[in-house]
Design a binder for this molecule. Structure first.
Ligand code: PLP
Length: 395
């Protein structure tokens, strides 16, 4: 078994000044103030939090639910998370020892890395991937081992994983994020079933960020934890599934031996989110299966529209089966300079997309468009992109 950083030594790691700002934030600073910009950069639902969920938060306040919550989250919410994972994925977690409520999935990801990674540990990450992972890995002084998935339709293949493990036989963990930000790519259960024995044979821990698991279209999300319950830390939250980004509720579930050091890190950093937010999340998980079911067709319709519209303009889009992103190849004349393309598009056409290179190896030459935007904004954005491309062709 690889060594855990339960003594919290990893937190004395890379000085923050040495960690470069996220490419996404740096880009947003350049374009955010452009008047009239349609921001297809944003990774958060434009839908409202469901009424019954809001009511649960209000009721918690009216009930004077104002005392310190248990550090790992209210027992009610931990029970709701455990029941949800049983119902959706047939996974069994003890709410007392195997579940922690966190301040968004963000805190769950950070706590898992800070508690598990030690300087020099090799961490495998299929890329392009969520940009937050990179600075966190750097902070812990672990070593990023990217697997560029661009040549395999942006999904990790058993062959690529085996190849990487031949070169990095002592890797400690693999970080998976299906459905993926930035591509929207899901990993099918048959591929997960092939990856699982390779992961187990090589004694890798799995950190599985499944924040978009409720938002898949035409394919049902399967958690890798179903194949590897003893070595997977399953991270999820309510931000995307129930349009609750501002409530800041996430969670991490896994075997008690892995959860224990993470609970220590969590108590050390933040303890629990606010009681009204936890009450709202418990309501969402106990009685809100209908909410993502209602959101799915809305997002799916937008995805279908955006993919077809971009393809009709001659832009190639990557397979997108979940989340709310379309990863799009930029026009050939830009080569791989996705930052220049995204800047030109924002400044000249007033459409904001995120340059793919911000998401690591394999992202270059692409731009990520979010369709967590109104139909009207998406139509207008497509018109603007069309005019932008036509104007360029005329010059
Ligand atoms: N993980 C991924 C892949 C994300 O895209 C995001 C947000 O965009 C998060 C985690 C953060 O989620 P939360 O709002 O729960 O902190």
């Amino acid at each position: 078994m690889p060594h855990l950083a339960a003594d919290l030594t990893a937190i004395t790691a890379t000085p923050l000044a040495e960690i470069p700002p996220s490419g996404i934030r740096a880009f947003a600073q350049k374009v955010d103030d452009i008047p009239g910009l349609i921001k297809l950069t944003l990774g958060e639902p434009d839908l409202n939090t469901p009424e019954h969920v809001k009511q649960a938060a209000v009721q918690s306040i009216l009930d004077n639910d104002s005392h310190y919550s248990a550090q790992k989250g209210t027992p009610k919410l931990r029970r709701a998370i455990s029941a949800y994972l049983k119902r959706k994925q047939n996974l069994s977690y003890d709410p007392e020892t195997e579940v922690i409520v966190t301040v968004g999935a963000t805190e769950a990801i950070a706590c898992a890395m800070l508690a598990l990674f030690q300087p020099g540990d090799e961490i495998i990450v299929p890329t392009p991937s969520y940009a937050l992972y990179f600075p966190l890995i750097q902070f812990t002084k672990a070593k990023l081992v990217p697997i560029n998935t661009a040549k395999t339709d942006f999904v990790l293949t058993p062959e690529a994983l085996k190849d990487t493990l031949r070169q990095h036989p002592h890797a400690k963990a693999i970080l998976l994020n299906y459905p993926t930000n930035p591509t929207g790519r899901e990993c099918s259960s048959s591929v997960l079933a092939q990856l699982a024995p390779i992961i187990a044979e090589n004694h890798l821990y799995v950190i599985s960020d499944e924040i978009y698991g409720e938002l898949t279209y035409g394919i049902k999300h399967t958690s890798i934890a179903r194949y590897l319950p003893d070595r997977t830390l399953l991270i999820n939250g309510l931000s995307k599934s129930h349009a609750m980004t501002g409530y800041r509720i996430g969670y991490i579930a896994g075997p008690a031996n892995l959860i224990s050091p993470i609970a220590k890190m969590h108590a050390f950093l933040v303890t629990a989110p606010s009681n009204p937010a936890q009450a709202a999340a418990a309501e969402a998980l106990e009685h809100g299966d209908y909410d993502p079911a209602q959101a799915r067709p809305i997002y799916q319709k937008r995805r279908d529209y955006l993919v077809k519209a971009l393809n009709d303009l001659g832009l190639k889009t990557m397979t997108s089966e979940g989340a709310f992103y379309v990863f799009t190849q930029i026009p050939a004349e830009y080569g791989t300079d996705d930052e220049k393309f995204a800047l030109d598009l924002a400044r000249q056409a007033k459409v904001g997309g995120t340059p793919g290179s911000a998401f690591g190896p394999g992202g270059e030459g692409h731009v990520r468009f979010s369709y967590a935007a109104s139909d009207a904004d998406l139509h207008e954005a497509v018109n603007r992109i069309k005019n932008f491309l036509v104007t360029k062709d005329d010059n």
